[in-house]
Design a protein around this ligand. Structure first.
Ligand code: LMR
Length: 399
């Protein structure tokens, strides 16, 4: 009996599949600029000292491992709230924020998507053009129609902000608008403070539900600076959802450390929302991982570990900026007359290079340099040992 012979073969994920192809490539000089992972200058995924110390203490305690509650560990949830909004924020004091620890921020997106589908069944989702490759699939997978709003201006390397505002101003009421809180994935081009402020009246007047994705906190301008958007929307009294991740900021990708917060109108609504989000978790994966919660609450909650972590995040951000400068210098030297200033202006791990799919294929096939076919490179894959070669290879495929 063949129950499954009619299945379509899976074409593979454009990001994870490319990373697998990189790992399988035997060429010793290969360069991985595909996946959004921070590598150190030796090309390794670092174990942060703050995380290592937290884990050593956890191991020594040898505590039992019960199921966590559906919403996750209380200490991790309140640490996340303080990190996102600042511990003194009025929205927290008013009890209008419901936070769940989730299975990475992807788990938070999925729980949020299922929640929207069930409780705002006529709402559709708008994502930026372009957006993270998986956003559309996640919301469509939850049964929600997904559209896009104008975002990246390929000609200027900036944001098509007027077109974006015009599109958002015309959305049906209660539409969900997915916004990248910082370090836009894939372009590296963020909204400025004035632009975020200009979105507030549009969101209010059109009764839109922002859904912020904050996966790269600390990689833009700083931990507090990168939380500008959730703090602004909370200050403005808006209702919104926000997912955040520690995968990159604590370099704990496989631990699946993330959270989903719903900022609501008041405490009563936040309690209702928390209840239904818990029900959504129970239907999906029952409860989140304990190890992730313990890392997050210890690193954020113990002053010495917290200080160490903040310094480590700062160092990772600075190393990426140094790589941006090296890449910019080599490309500018090899291709005089071309403006590579976008590399310096973009923020976070990613740079949208404008390379066409054929150039990307040539980089992979002829030079063993891996990047997404959209032209996105992960600058955090560059290091002092490979940046010259990667830059020379990119210059070689540019006409
Ligand atoms: C990326 O965009 O490369 C990362 O967010 C990893 C992923 O899961 O796609």
């Amino acid at each position: 009996m063949h129950f499954f012979s009619h299945l379509e073969p899976y074409a593979g994920d454009p990001i994870l599949g490319l990373n697998e192809a990189y790992l399988a490539d035997a060429r010793p000089h290969k360069v991985n600029l595909s996946i959004g992972i921070y590598f150190d200058d030796a090309g390794r995924i670092p174990v942060l000292e703050s995380v290592h110390q937290a884990e050593a203490a956890m191991l020594a305690e040898c505590a039992p491992k019960p199921y966590l509650p559906m919403e996750g560990a209380a200490a991790a949830r309140s640490a996340v709230q303080a990190l996102l909004f600042g511990s003194e924020h009025a929205a927290l004091a008013a009890g209008r924020v419901a936070t769940l620890q989730t299975v990475g921020s992807s788990g938070g997106l999925k729980i949020g998507a299922d929640f929207v589908r069930r409780w705002l069944p006529t709402s559709e989702v708008w994502i930026s053009d372009p957006s993270w490759e998986n956003h559309r699939a996640m919301f469509e997978g939850a049964g929600i129609a997904v559209h896009s709003y104008p975002y990246y201006d390929a000609a200027r390397g900036g944001v098509r902000f007027d077109a974006m505002c015009e599109a958002l101003s015309a959305l049906p009421r209660r539409s969900v608008v997915l916004l990248h809180a910082c370090c836009h994935n894939p372009t590296g081009v963020d909204l400025g403070a004035a632009q975020w402020r200009a979105l507030v009246p549009i969101v209010r007047e059109r009764a839109l539900l922002p859904f912020l994705d904050l996966a790269y906190q600390g990689y833009g301008e700083g931990l507090a600076e990168d939380a500008f958007a959730p703090r602004l929307l909370a200050d403005a009294g808006l209702t919104f959802l926000v997912v955040n991740s520690f995968s990159k900021s604590m370099s704990v990708y496989g631990e699946r450390a993330g959270a989903l917060s719903a900022v609501c109108a008041d405490r009563a609504e936040a309690e209702l929302v928390l209840g239904q989000l818990k029900a959504t978790v129970r239907r999906n994966y029952s409860s989140p991982p304990m190890h992730a919660a313990a890392i997050v609450s210890r690193v954020l909650g113990e002053p010495a570990l917290r200080a160490r972590w903040e310094a480590e995040v700062g160092a990772m951000r600075e190393r990426i900026l140094a790589m941006r400068r090296r890449l910019h210098a080599v490309l500018s030297a090899r291709k005089p007359g071309r403006d590579f200033g976008y590399i310096l202006g973009q923020r976070g791990m990613f740079s949208y290079t404008g390379l066409a799919p054929a150039q990307v294929d040539r980089l992979r096939e002829a030079h063993a340099v891996y990047l997404l076919r959209s032209g996105r490179i992960c600058v955090a894959g560059l290091n002092n040992g490979n940046v010259e070669r990667a830059a020379e290879a990119i210059a070689a495929v540019i006409d």
